[in-house]
Structure formats: C-alpha cells, structure tokens
Design a protein. Structure first.
Length: 212
C-alpha cells in the first residue's frame, strides 16, 4: 500500500506540479477559508475573504469584535452566510476563551488534543478541523474529502463506502508524517478530481493515475 500511495502521488505531481495550496496570506486567513469553503466553490470563498480583507476583519481580534449580522453580510458570497457567520464566531469564542486569542498558543498544543478540542466547536467537522491543523498549523494530519474518496475508490484503493477515519489512517499509516507532503498530496487529489475525475462523466483518458 505504501508503494501504491507513493506512486499515485508521483503520478499526480508529475502531471500537475506543485499546487501552492492553501492560498492565504496568514494562518488566520487559512482558518477563515477552511470554514467558509464548506459546501461551496473556492471562487465564492475568495469573494467573501476579499470583503473581509477590505474591512480589515482578517484577524482574531477583529473577528471577535465584529457584529454577527455585519459579518454575515460580508461573507454572503460564500453561501449559507448566516450559518457560516455563526461558525466563525464560534471559532472566535473558542480561540479567546481557551487560548486568549493566540493562534501561537493554540497550535503549540499536542495535535491529538487540539484536534479533539476543535471538533467540539460548533460547526467544525473533521475535514474542516484537519484542514486547519494541516494548512494553518503545519501539523502532519491528512485531510480527507469527497475528491479523495472518489479517486481512491475508482482506482480500487479503498471500498467506496470507506469512512473518514479509515481513509485518513490509510495515508497516515503508510506515508511519512510530513505536513508538506500531506498538504501537497491532498491538493493534487483535488486538482485531479476537478481536472479528470469528475463526479459525473469522468475523463479517464486524461487521468494521470490511469496507469496506477
């Protein structure tokens, strides 16, 4: 399995090159993006983040102090804006109540303990939390999403009904615990899914992993 996963990575990297993901100027912006990208396209998230940047709200202190109604209006392009505003505020409350608003203190915690804590924040599921840990905290935690599941199941690496924990363990038990590797791998899977392995009418002839 280790050889197969490394081969898949090498095929994707050779075809697409580095993805430079997560696109953000700060760690806090990564966290905002991870929450906003739930159930929407990244192009919509970019618009919402641009609105927040223009209003100078991309800091823990600013997010904590902003009115939720105003926040919802600014992130409207990301969809489900009232719900996502509540989730952003929930994270902000967690950050201040538990770590005094300091990302440095938060990310200094043991990764397993911090993951468990973040999963208690209302609205933050496993994929969002792991994205925060990996891309904002540089923690070696593999992010699993629908794209990962689709590609691996279509290439008979996993059963189609595999759960999040089983897929994550597959990577973390067979690859070096390297946050840069995990981040690049995840981003390449997303790229491959969008480029070739679409949900409907996949373009298998152009898939770099067709010879896996």
């Amino acid at each position: 399995m280790k050889r197969k996963l490394l081969k898949l990575y090498n095929l994707l990297y050779a075809a697409y090159g580095p993805q430079y993901w997560w696109p953000a100027k700060t760690r806090f912006e990564v966290i905002i993006g991870a929450i906003l990208t739930q159930n929407t396209a990244w192009s919509n998230v970019k618009k919402a983040i641009r609105n927040l940047r223009n209003e100078k709200l991309l800091t823990p202190a600013a997010l904590e102090s902003v009115n939720k109604r105003r926040l919802a209006g600014l992130i409207r392009p990301s969809g489900y804006y009232n719900l996502k505003a509540e989730r952003l505020k929930s994270f902000s409350r967690f950050l201040y109540n538990r770590y005094g608003g300091s990302l440095k203190k938060m990310f200094s915690q043991d990764v397993r303990s911090l993951r468990a804590e973040l999963l208690t924040v209302k609205g933050l599921g496993e994929e969002t939390v792991d994205s925060i840990l990996l891309y904002a905290g540089s923690k070696p935690v593999f992010v699993v999403d629908a794209y990962t599941r689709r590609i691996l199941s279509r290439h008979n690496v996993i059963p189609e009904d595999s759960g999040y924990d089983a897929i994550q363990s597959l990577f973390m038990e067979n690859l070096p615990h390297d946050s840069m590797l995990f981040g690049e791998y995840h981003a390449l899977l997303v790229k491959a899914a969008k480029d070739a392995c679409s949900k409907r009418e996949p373009k298998c002839g152009r898939c770099p992993a067709r010879i896996l």
